[in-house]
Write a new protein. Structure first.
Length: 346
């Protein structure tokens, strides 16, 4: 736990400097804005709001505690833990949890199963929930894989009930942060906030522009150097969501095993992608998609993006190709550190 906390704090340090905050902060802005940091949802959460909005921060903090209590897979009393113990019965859930599961099923369909919240028993078997990492044997992987299929999650919209097939367990960690950031931003907007940025680990969402009318500048972390970024996105009313194998992993016998599992193999995804950032005004889908793209690899991801132009992406591959949606050409500034990369606009 302490290890997890420390690694989260390292992420904080990074987030403060390069992730999601204004990289060229003019001095005059300082008095007008307020930032708070929270440790929740197994990550560091950073919120910056322009204007006097103390009450909004309080509301955000309460909302985060509430989401955490409902989503935690380890907290016995959470809605997810209750579902995971429900043994094939329909269980009523809150609207938020229902909506997140519904979105997760949609992203599962869109990505031919690369995104699958029912991969959770495998995430657990590899030790990613406890940091007690291990390589499960093939027999265990095959046994657990049999219950992985989000098509077997039944939803009843009339009663807001969810039924998991017996033996199935889910974890919303790959999509919940996108949902929460979008809820936080719309709640702020309702409270009269016009300019804000929310960063939940690799999920960054911005509201409006900065007060001077300029775009928010959001750095994408360099996978190898936590104090550098591969480039900076200019965002207005959009989200940028990053997934990568460098975020949580262990090394055994010289091989690296990361926390994104390919539902087809039951093992960490063998992918040619190092880091993938989805840029979209649909943060919920964007969160699920960034995880899915990592599993799908470059070829399938580029085909998906070609067919679904409402999502844009920045992809860093193992070959040091930096693949950038052509629509981002004017809003993504590549860092000098990437001068050896092969930059392709697709
Ligand atoms: P993070 O939440 O670590 O920033 P992601 O959004 O990519 O990054 O989600 C990774 C988390 O999602 C993992 O920790 C695990 O709980 C879960 N997960 C792993 N593989 C998959 C998958 N193929 N589909 C859905 N969820 C996954
Ligand atoms: Mg995700």
């Amino acid at each position: 736990m302490l290890k997890k906390l420390l690694s989260s704090l390292l992420v904080v340090a990074f987030a403060v400097c390069f992730c999601g905050c204004d990289l060229k902060r003019p001095q005059s802005d300082e008095s007008e804005k307020d930032s708070r940091k929270y440790l929740a949802l197994d990550t560091v959460i950073d919120i910056t709001i322009y204007g006097e909005h103390d009450d909004v921060f309080d509301t955000m903090e309460e909302a985060l505690d509430d989401y955490e209590a409902r989503l935690s897979v380890t907290e016995e009393t959470s809605e997810i833990a209750m579902l995971n113990k429900s043994g094939g019965e329909y269980k009523k859930v809150s609207t938020d949890i229902y909506n997140i599961i519904n979105s997760a099923k949609r992203v599962h369909d869109m990505t031919d199963g690369a995104f699958d919240i029912s991969v959770y028993p495998l995430v657990k078997a590899w030790g990613f929930t406890t940091d007690e990492y291990k390589i499960p044997d093939m027999e265990e992987i095959e046994r657990l894989k049999r219950n992985v299929n989000s098509n077997n999650i039944m939803l009843d919209p009339d009663t807001l009930s969810v039924r998991l097939m017996t033996g199935m367990q889910i974890d919303l960690g790959g999509i919940a942060k996108g949902y929460i950031s979008s809820k936080m931003i719309s709640s702020m907007e309702k409270s009269g906030v016009e300019s804000a940025i929310v960063s939940l680990g690799g999920n960054v969402q911005v509201l409006g522009t900065k007060p001077d009318g300029s775009a928010w500048r959001v750095g994408i972390q360099h996978p190898d150097y936590s104090d550098c970024y591969i480039g900076v996105l200019s965002l207005i009313n959009e989200a940028a969501i990053t997934s990568g194998g460098y975020q949580r992993y262990f090394v055994q016998d010289g091989k690296t095993y990361h926390h994104i599992i390919d539902p087809a193999t039951g093992a960490p995804a063998e992918t040619d992608i190092v880091s993938v950032t989805v840029v979209t005004d649909k943060p919920i889908d964007g969160d699920g998609l960034s995880t899915a793209f990592f599993v799908m690899g470059t070829e399938k991801t580029l085909k998906f993006l070609d067919e679904n132009p409402e999502y844009k992406a920045v992809i860093l591959t193992k070959n040091y190709d930096l693949l950038v949606s052509k629509e981002l050409k004017n809003s993504f500034e590549v860092s000098d550190i990437m001068s050896d990369a092969n930059i392709v606009y697709f």
